[in-house]
Write a protein that binds this ligand. Sequence first.
Ligand code: FAD
Length: 324
Amino acid sequence: MEVLKIKKFDVAIIGAGPVGLFATSFAHLHGLKTITFDSLNEVGGQPKLLYPFKKIFDIPAFEQITGAALIDQLQKAVDQQSVFLLNHRVTKIEKEQNLFLIDEQYLVKSVIIATGTGSFKPKKFPLKLNAEAAQRVHYFVNDPASFSKQVIGVFGGGDSALDWALELAAQKQTTVKLVHRRNEFRGLESTVQKLKNLKNVEIITPYLPKTVAIRNNQLEIGLKQIGSQDIVQEQFNQIVVAYGFQADNSIARDWGIELVNQQIAVSAEMKTNVAGIYAIGDVVNYPGHVPVIGLGFGEAQIAVTSIIRNLFPEKVLTIHSTSI
Ligand SMILES: Cc1cc2nc3c(=O)[nH]c(=O)nc-3n(C[C@H](O)[C@H](O)[C@H](O)COP(=O)(O)OP(=O)(O)OC[C@H]3O[C@@H](n4cnc5c(N)ncnc54)[C@H](O)[C@@H]3O)c2cc1C
């Protein structure tokens, strides 16, 4: 029988998205020994996987930065000594007296959960697709250039749909048709305005997809106008479905964590209901929470500071304030 060698750390950070990455570097800055897990084979979470090319305008101190460049910067700030375990989905957290045993091998004093939506499972296009049609339906855009010189449908009304529509419209000779079931979009107003001003973007609202077929080597989708029986046929070379992601953090329940709508309830110090386990970033739920990166960075600082106060009450934290 293989005997697992137990490895010890001050803090385990579960999830290496932008918020988990910043928590890692901030914890190191304060002398904590960390181990950071991610179920994917690379760090970076949503910005790296879902919108590496998108320009982000609301990261403090950057006028603008792409998703991929932001993750590069966060990685550069991470200390070389930090331990990362990629391709490792944390499944088990057990309490061992005052410590936590993670996946039977890693013994830690505190845990920070930064698992975002938990999994990258996209909500599916609601129509049955045959194999030929399915090839033309995408849930991620890895290479926007591969959509050039085509008519592309983007389905959805949130940030992802708007960002992908904008990115695809920037490709050579591409026409984008943005289809949403409401007249209003749930994204940045400035992006909506940019899209409205583009000649190669057509906004089709309020419509829902009802039928799908392959005709003349095109994906033909019947769109039903909300509130009427009218169906219009639209043809696309390919479509991108951006209906969002199915949040699944249910695994945290096995760790004794209280969930509210698939998210983790936290206190003002980012503490969960289990003493010693914290949560930060998109995974958390508290009144006024907004799922944005900048706020997640602040939550990381709150959680790490609280951990240091708990673990090392004798340690005097550096407080940068004119009030001392
Ligand atoms: C299209 C789009 C555009 C956006 N634009 C902006 C923007 O302009 N500005 C902004 O501030 N925000 C934006 N956001 C939101 C932003 O991406 C999120 O707020 C941010 O990614 C949250 O970071 P996170 O680290 O909490 O979670 P994520 O980025 O979701 O990372 C979570 C990580 O945890 C890992 N994980 C999950 N479960 C486990 C497990 N059990 N074990 C190990 N690892 C696990 C996942 O693999 C993932 O890597 C946008 C989001 C989208 C989809």
